[in-house]
Design a protein around this ligand. Structure first.
Ligand code: DOR
Ligand code: ZN
Length: 341
C-alpha cells in the first residue's frame, strides 16, 4: 500500500545552524516540501539581513531537494520600516516570552511592550507565532498563557495568531472561540504524556517544552487532529540537540522527530482509520489558512517497516531521534517534484 502526500509542510521546525544544520536539513527536505523555520539561533534571527543569510545557508544545506524554508524573525520591537522590509522575507514573526525555552533570553518581558509591533503586523498581514508558556508551575504554563492568547485575539482581531505546539485540551477549546487563532501540534504531543517522559525511567529524548501533559490532553489533541480541525496544523517542533546535551544531568529541551514524522503520523492516522485526514493535517489546512502555495512535491509513503536508527550522525554531530531503535509500520519511499511554483 502506498500513500501519496502532496506538498507536505512542517509548520514549526528548528534547523539550527552550522554543522547541525548540515546534518538535519536534508532529513526534513527528504520528507517535506517546506517548513516554517524557527529563529532561535544565537544570536536570534532578528533583522532582514540575518533572515536572508540564514535562508541561504538552509538552501545550501538542502542540496538539490525541492524545499521552501518559510522564514521567521524573532519578535522584538520593530519599526514600521523594518517590518515593511521583513514582510517580503518572512512568513511570520515568532514571539518567545523571555527565558521560556532554548535561546529565548532576548524574548518579550512584558506583553504591553509588544503591542505597537503587533498592531503594525496586523495592518501588514504578518502572522504572529507564539510560544505560549508563562513562567509558572511547569504543568500549568500553557494553561496560564491562554488568557494572554484570549486578550491578543480580542485586541488584534485581524491578526492571525498561531498558538505553537499546543499541549492541552484547554488550548483546543480556545481554538474554537476565536476565528483569528490557529494552532500547531507536534508528533510527540499526539503520542505521549508526562508518564512517558518521567513516569518510569527518565527519558531525556522525550523532554521538550512545553512538556507533555495528561492523558486527557493528549486525547483532545489527537481527536482534534484526526477530526480534521481546519485551524490545527502539523508542526513537528523537531528540535535537535547533540546527544551529549540530551544525555546530561541538565537535559536540553527538544525532541528530534524530523526523519520519522511522516511515517509515524501515517501509522497513527491509520490506527484510527483516519488516513484520509492526513493530507489536510500536513498541508491542506496550512495552505488554506495562510494562503500558501508550496512547491509541488509528491512524497510517497509505503506500508513497509522502518527501523528507526539509533542516531543520525555526520559533520561531527550526533543526534538521537524519537523512537530510536523502534519499528514503524510505514516508511518514506521517495520524493519527487513536478515543478516549482
Ligand atoms: O523543546 C523545545 N525545544 N521547545 C522549544 O520551544 C524550543 C526548542 C529548541 O529550540 O530546542
Ligand atoms: Zn519550537
Amino acid at each position: 500500500m502506498i500513500l501519496e502526500l502532496h506538498s507536505p509542510l512542517d509548520m514549526h521546525l528548528h534547523l539550527r545552524d552550522g554543522d547541525m544544520l548540515k546534518l538535519v536539513a536534508p532529513l526534513s527536505s527528504a520528507s517535506f516540501a517546506g517548513a516554517v523555520v524557527m529563529p532561535n539561533l544565537v544570536p536570534p534571527v532578528a533583522d532582514a539581513e540575518a533572515v536572508q543569510a540564514y535562508r541561504g545557508r538552509i538552501m545550501d544545506a538542502c542540496g538539490g531537494d525541492v524545499f521552501k524554508p518559510y522564514m521567521t524573525a524573532f519578535f522584538r520591537s520593530y519599526t514600521e520600516k523594518e517590518l515593511e522590509r521583513l514582510r517580503d522575507l518572512v512568513f511570520g514573526i515568532k514571539l518567545y516570552p523571555a527565558g521560556a525555552t532554548t535561546n529565548s533570553e532576548g524574548g518579550v518581558k512584558a506583553m504591553k511592550d509588544a503591542e505597537a509591533t503587533m498592531a503594525m503586523m496586523q495592518e501588514m498581514g504578518i502572522p504572529l507565532l507564539v510560544h505560549g508558556e508563562t513562567h509558572g508551575f511547569v504543568m500549568d504554563r500553557e494553561a496560564e498563557f491562554l488568557d494572554i492568547y484570549r486578550n491578543l485575539a480580542e485586541q488584534f482581531p485581524r491578526l492571525t495568531i498561531c498558538m505553537e505546539h499546543i499541549t492541552t485540551a484547554a488550548a483546543v477549546r480556545l481554538l474554537d472561540e476565536f476565528e483569528n487563532l490557529a494552532a500547531t501540534v507536534t508528533l510527540q504531543h499526539l503520542l505521549i504524556t508526562l508518564d512517558d517522559v518521567a513516569g518510569g525511567m527518565l527519558r531525556p529524548h522525550l523532554f521538550c517544552k512545553p512538556i507533555a501533559k495528561r492523558p486527557e490532553d493528549r486525547e483532545a489533541l489527537l481527536k482534534a487532529a484526526l477530526s480534521g480541525h481546519p485551524r490545527l496544523m502539523f508542526g513537528s517542533d523537531s528540535a535537535p540537540h547533540p546527544v551529549h546535551a540530551k544525555e546530561a544531568c541538565g537535559c536540553a529541551a527538544g525532541v528530534f522527530t524530523a526523519p520519522i514524522a511522516l511515517p509515524r503520523l501515517a501509522a497513527l492516522f491509520e490506527e484510527h482509520d483516519a488516513l484520509d485526514r492526513l493530507q489536510g493535517f500536513v498541508s491542506g489546512h496550512a495552505c488554506a489558512l495562510y494562503g500558501l502555495t508550496p512547491p509541488a512535491k509528491t512524497v510517497r509513503l509505503e506500508r513497509r517497516e522502518m527501523l528507526v536508527p539509533d542516531a543520525y550522525e555526520g559533520y561531527g554531530q550526533k543526534v538521537v531521534p524519537m523512537e530510536a531503535g523502534c519499528v514503524i509500520p510505514w516508511s518514506l519511499m521517495q520524493s519527487g517534484f513536478t515543478k516549482m511554483t
